[in-house]
Every structure is written in structure tokens, then in C-alpha cells.
Design a protein. Structure first.
Lengths: 149, 293
């Protein structure tokens, strides 16, 4: 199976605390990988290192390599000249606790589509509609509730 | 014993809460009682018909209309300076500044917040003296100078409110924008500032209230007892303002009727600030509704 994410020699420090030490791990396309460990063992930190979300915390230092297969290209997440915003747009992340903005569900969906991808209102509606048609019934309820009638 | 202590504490907090209400109530009742018989168009416009004073710019010498317009203009000008500046400074300190710079700016903001308004007035006055001695010999105190000094006076509230509203946002909200691929500016504009808008707006409300009521700054920087019976005519001219009008009437009244006009002016000022606060509250509500739809 094709490698999707390769982590090599990854160490992450939060201030003086070393959270990850020399981690080597591979994630393959189409495979489900489960990370198991006690609270505070660095599972989230490892995930966040893939799209460099750790950088948003103050006092974080990262060493090692994270390689992502994006399309036909192998991209170094911590390489020089990496467009971090583009990396985060491509390597999406679902948080443990949903980070919903204090706004309607529709607005939550539309915000990144509008401002990050620059889609028009019609395109946004189209995508929402498409998501609606392919979603589970719970998700569908949520979107139907959020769509103005 | 513990139960009693709790009851006393609850009782004391009720008394404190009602105390505030009672003080405001007594103040308003007192003002209304003293000025009830003169409340009406006469108080604002004297003998001039209100349509002529408001729309045709007729001069009003017996009413407080010029002072009302002066105060509103002053508030608009100083808020126009202080709110964008304070917002930008607050955002910078909270989001971009390094720890050292942040600490020094915080200290400066605290010092600025502690400056008595009379000192700020003196600062404006000495600025004019300096200008007269150097580049602009014709410089004199006026509306713009007063607005700048008032803006300096309320700037710390605005900076502090913005800074703490942004700093109080949970890390999960901060991660939200970047996790969607937003740039730092997009995150700030689309997620963080809207999420902190309630706190930022309360800073703006405080600033506007303070700008409307301050007397010490304007009496040294351009407010006069009578400015030709009209509201401010230009940015550099002298102007009338309600707090200064009240001060002048209280200090120099000759008759009881004049003093009553002072109480009326105080009630109008109170109503004016209350209206500004309500306006700001409605603005906040409509912003939140826009954010939701």
C-alpha cells in the first residue's frame, strides 16, 4: 500500500518539556491507523505535527521530518519555503472536540469555502447541497436546520 | 454558623446590587425633580423654533442645543480617532507583539490610563503653546485639539478591552482558522475579532461614555461657555459642550432659574450617554445577528 505520511526522527518540545522523542511512523493510504496511549503521551501532538498546527503554540520546537504524499508530489512539512496555510488546507484535521464557531452551522460550513477557497455564494450552496445528499441522516438534519427557509 | 455566614454574604450582595440601582435612581429623580418644570424644547432651543435651529442653523443663545451638537461632534471625532487606533494597538499587542514589547506597551498603557484628565488637558494646551512658538503662530485651542486629547484619554480603555477580549479566547478558537488553511490575517479578521467583538465593543462603549462626560480636558483645549449660539462650525474653532456648560452654569449662575437649566443640561447629558450606550448595544446585537446569518 502507498505511503501517505512518513514521520522520521520527530521530536517536539513544548518549552523545556520534550513531548515526542525520535518518533518514526508511517501512515498508508486507505488504511486506518489507531494511536493508543495515556492522556498526555503525545498522540495529539503527533497528529498536529503533520500539518504544523503545533507551531501555533508558543515555545514549541520541532525536529525531524514529516513527508506527505500530496498528489504525485512528496512534500516536506517542515521544509524550507513550505506554504503552511496551503499545507493545512490540504492536510485537513478533525479535532477531538468539535470547534464550532458561535454561529449557524451553515455559516460554519460557508466560512472557509468563502474566505479560504474564495467560492461564490452559488458555488457554496452547490457544495452544501452535494454534502447534504451524500451525508448521513444526522448530518443532514444539522444542515437542513441551518439552511434558511 | 456556616449557613449564617452564607446568608449574610447573600444579603450583602443583594444590598450592594440594589445600592447601585438606588444611587442611580436617586440621582435621576433628583435631576428630574430639579429640572422638570423646564424640560421641553425651551431648554434646548430657547425661543428659537426647533426646526430653524436644527435644519437652518439658526443661532440659539438661551438653550443648550449648541452644547448638545458640540458634545456629539466631539464624541464622534474622538471615537473616530481612538477606536480604530485602540483596536489596532490592542490587536498588535495581543497577537503580534513579542513578550518584551508586550510588557512595555502594557506598562505604557497603564501609565496612560492613570493620567488625570486635567493633565491631559494641560498637555493639549502646552502643545498649542509649543506650536505657536515654533511652526504655527496662529495655532489656537479648538475642536480638533480637544478631540485628539480626549482620544488619548480613552485610548487605554480601548487597547485594554481589545487586548483582553482577544487574550481571553480559548485555544480551540485560535486553532480553528489555521486548521482550515486560513492565513493569520484571515483568522484574525474572520474568526478571532468577531469572536471577541462583545469585549471589544464594551471597550468602545466605555470610551464613548468617557469622551462624552469629560470636562477637564475640554475646558483647557477649546470648549467655551458660548460659541456664537451654534454648534461647531469648523474643526479648529471653539465649541460648546454639555459638561463644560454644566460646569459654567454651576459656577457662575445668577438666578435659581439658571441653575435649573444646569440641572436640565445634566439630565440631557445623562440621556445622551444612555442613548449612545443603547445605540452601541443595538449595534452589538445587529453585529451578532450578521455573524449568525
Amino acid at each position: 500500500m502507498e505511503q501517505l505520511i512518513t514521520v522520521a526522527g520527530l521530536s517536539v518540545w513544548f518549552g523545556d518539556t520534550r513531548v515526542l522523542t525520535d518518533v518514526d511512523i508511517e501512515f498508508r493510504r486507505g488504511e486506518v491507523t489507531a494511536l493508543i496511549g495515556p492522556s498526555g503521551s503525545g498522540k495529539t501532538t503527533l497528529l498536529r505535527s503533520v500539518n504544523r498546527m503545533n507551531d501555533l503554540f508558543s515555545g514549541v520546537r520541532t525536529e525531524g521530518q514529516v513527508t506527505l504524499a500530496l498528489g504525485d508530489e512528496a512534500v516536506q512539512a517542515y521544509g524550507n519555503g513550505m506554504d503552511v496555510a496551503l499545507l493545512r488546507r490540504t492536510a485537513g484535521m478533525v479535532f477531538q472536540n468539535p470547534n464550532v464557531l458561535p454561529a449557524s452551522i451553515r455559516k460554519n460550513f460557508a466560512l472557509p469555502l468563502k474566505h479560504v477557497l474564495g467560492l461564490s455564494r452559488d458555488e457554496i450552496d452547490e457544495r452544501l447541497e452535494a454534502t447534504l445528499r451524500t451525508s448521513s441522516s444526522g448530518m443532514m438534519c444539522a444542515i437542513v436546520w441551518a439552511t434558511p427557509r | 454558623m456556616r449557613k449564617w455566614r452564607e446568608r449574610i454574604l447573600v444579603g450583602a450582595s443583594w444590598v450592594a446590587a440594589f445600592g447601585v440601582l438606588a444611587v442611580v435612581g436617586v440621582l435621576v429623580v433628583f435631576l428630574v425633580a430639579r429640572s422638570a418644570h423646564i424640560l421641553g424644547p425651551q431648554l434646548l432651543f430657547g425661543d428659537v423654533p426647533w426646526t430653524r435651529a436644527v435644519f437652518a442653523g439658526a443661532r440659539v443663545f438661551d438653550g443648550i442645543w449648541p452644547a448638545v451638537v458640540g458634545t456629539l461632534t466631539l464624541v464622534a471625532l474622538s471615537a473616530g480617532i481612538a477606536i480604530p487606533l485602540g483596536l489596532a494597538a490592542g490587536i498588535h499587542v495581543s497577537e503580534y507583539a513579542g513578550p518584551r514589547f508586550k510588557a512595555s506597551v502594557t506598562l505604557v498603557v497603564d501609565v496612560l490610563a492613570g493620567i488625570p484628565s486635567i493633565v491631559m488637558g494641560l498637555f493639549g494646551f502646552s502643545m498649542i503653546l509649543l506650536l505657536r512658538r515654533t511652526v504655527a503662530q496662529e495655532a489656537k485651542t479648538g475642536l480638533l485639539l480637544a478631540a485628539v486629547c480626549i482620544a488619548l484619554l480613552v485610548l487605554p480603555y480601548m487597547i485594554r478591552a481589545t487586548q483582553s477580549a482577544l487574550a481571553g479566547l480559548p485555544m480551540s478558537i485560535r486553532l480553528l482558522g489555521p486548521s482550515l488553511g486560513m492565513s493569520q490575517t484571515q483568522t484574525l479578521r474572520r474568526v478571532l475579532v468577531p469572536a471577541a467583538s462583545r469585549g471589544i465593543l464594551s471597550g468602545a462603549i466605555l470610551s464613548v461614555g468617557r469622551a462624552a462626560e469629560d470636562t477637564a480636558v475640554i475646558m483647557l483645549t477649546g470648549a467655551v461657555a458660548t460659541a456664537g449660539g451654534r454648534g461647531p462650525q469648523d474643526l479648529l474653532g471653539k465649541f460648546e459642550a454639555l459638561p463644560f456648560k454644566i460646569f459654567v452654569i454651576a459656577a457662575e449662575h445668577n438666578t435659581a432659574a439658571e441653575l435649573d437649566q444646569g440641572f436640565g443640561a445634566a439630565l440631557v447629558l445623562l440621556t445622551l450617554t444612555a442613548t449612545l450606550f443603547i445605540g452601541a448595544y443595538l449595534l452589538q446585537r445587529s453585529l451578532e445577528r450578521r455573524w449568525n446569518n
